[in-house]
Design a protein around this ligand. Structure first.
Ligand code: FHN
Length: 446
């Protein structure tokens, strides 16, 4: 887990055939996340598979994708090798429902991505939907009420069918058993992913619908093909906890953390897979502050992009990642290899920590620049040095009864977050009265 704990920031990529309908089916905008369009829209298997004929990512540039992640300050990438629609982004011998056999593109998408990751020193992880698979017969389908997808006049009949067929809506889906699906599709595909793409750093399971411990063990045992691999906690609960927990679309409160490793995965807009009309983008300020907030609590941030069917990433995502990279270039040392804040909640921002040569380095990310130019840090320790990362300029400090007071310049170097590197003697001692948390639970998610 060492590299992962130091990395703190990764790129999630949700990409597949769902990028073709991009949220619209038969003229209806289908509600909720884009990669679920087949299930939410109750699209028959043959109709959905026809979308693959239009999946032709001729503009796919894995080198540029990986460079984009690296420039944003990300250290690893996790891509949907296969999502719930069962479509494999790789050349799979286990099924024809893959990019090579079912699309005009006909080329493995993961091979060149693995090569680019190697070139740029970025770790590669595979997301794999081990249980849900709506196209390969026998795969599971989480049951969703039809009318939630769109005002389908046939909703009542469809719902009766899905209730009687464990969530499935097309007879083809249940033409094999789940046990057959596990043995004939999931096991061979996981083997392919663990043998054909060089070193794989992370295996990211998702939604253990209808999984059994027996199925899970068949998949889990394959991980020995990559002895250094780490996995998340979504293979099958509770007996396969993996290496880290995965809060989704939210940053946990301090009270929820239990000492286990964790990673918050999050979208930049309101969907993982591309939807042409999803424009509710988080600001760069939110993204940077989320990353800082997560690091201050000892977690990782896995931030998603949803590429289009032509292989391009939405410009809004590219722009934001570029801006996050600008902040990371100056302030990255306050994120990488840091530990959770030893201080209680801080009114003006967040704190991360490193322990070095018996001393403690506190990285103080100031969100709300104090109007009186004085930053109060609730620590009794003696100060070794204090400086602004943005300018390298030393700052004067003074010990007061409530802690250490740092004198700041009048203006914040960065309105999103300005970082002060404060080195103090020894380990953090008793913390005098901590300042109340104005964010209220500090669970800023948006
Ligand atoms: O159902 C999926 C969803 O489509 C998406 O992949 C997210 C990412 O964490 N995981 C599942 C929901 O928890």
């Amino acid at each position: 887990m060492k590299w992962w704990r130091e990395a703190r920031f990764g790129l999630f990529i949700h990409w597949g055939v769902y990028a073709v309908p991009a949220g619209t089916y038969n003229g209806h905008q289908i509600n909720r996340i884009g990669e679920w369009i087949m299930n939410r829209g109750k699209i028959p298997v043959a109709e959905y598979q026809a979308f693959a004929k239009e999946f032709n990512p001729v503009k796919y540039d894995p080198d540029a994708w990986v460079k984009m992640a690296k420039d944003a300050g990300m250290k690893y990438i996790v891509i949907t090798a296969k999502h719930h629609d069962g479509f494999a982004l790789f050349d799979s011998k286990a099924t024809k429902w893959d990019v090579v056999d079912a699309t005009p593109y006909k080329k493995d998408l993961l091979k060149p991505l693995a090569a680019a990751c190697k070139k740029y020193g970025i770790k590669l992880g595979f997301y794999y939907s081990q249980a849900q698979d709506w196209n390969n017969p026998g795969g599971a389908a989480a049951r969703k009420v039809a009318s939630e997808g769109w005002a389908n006049p046939d909703s009542a009949a469809i719902d009766a069918y899905t209730a009687a067929h464990s969530g499935h809506w097309d007879p083809v889906q249940t033409s094999k058993s789940m046990s057959q699906y596990i043995d004939e599709v999931a096991v061979p595909q996981v083997k392919e992913l663990l043998t054909n793409y060089g070193p794989i750093a992370v295996f990211w399971w998702d939604t253990p619908t209808d999984m059994t411990d027996e199925f899970a063990e068949k998949l889990n045992s394959l991980l020995s093909l990559q002895p250094n691999i780490i996995t998340n906690d979504r293979l099958k609960r509770p007996n396969f906890p993996g290496d880290y927990k995965t809060p989704e679309q939210r940053i946990p409160n301090l009270s929820e953390l239990d000492g286990k490793d964790w990673e918050t995965c999050m979208t930049m807009n309101e969907t993982w897979g591309y939807k042409s009309y999803a424009h509710n983008w988080k600001s760069t300020e939110t993204l940077v502050r989320n990353l800082i907030d997560i690091a201050s609590k000892g977690g990782n941030y896995l931030l998603n992009v949803g590429p289009k069917a032509d292989g391009t990433i939405p410009q809004e995502s590219i722009d934001r990642l570029k801006e996050v990279g600008v902040w990371m270039k100056v302030n990255g040392e306050s994120i990488y290899g840091t530990k959770a804040s030893p201080l209680k909640a801080l009114a003006w921002g967040r704190c991360t920590m490193k322990e070095q040569n018996g001393n403690t380095i506190l990285y103080l990310s100031v969100f709300d620049w104090p109007k009186d130019g004085q930053l109060l840090v609730p620590s009794n320790n003696d100060v070794v040095s204090a400086k602004l990362l943005a300018t390298g300029k030393s700052l004067s400090t003074q010990k007061v009864s409530e802690g250490i007071q740092i004198k700041l310049p009048a203006d914040a170097p960065n309105p999103i977050a300005s970082v002060i590197k404060l080195e103090i003697k020894g380990k953090i001692g008793s913390t005098p009265t901590a300042v109340a948390d104005p964010v209220g639970g500090r669970a800023s998610v948006k």
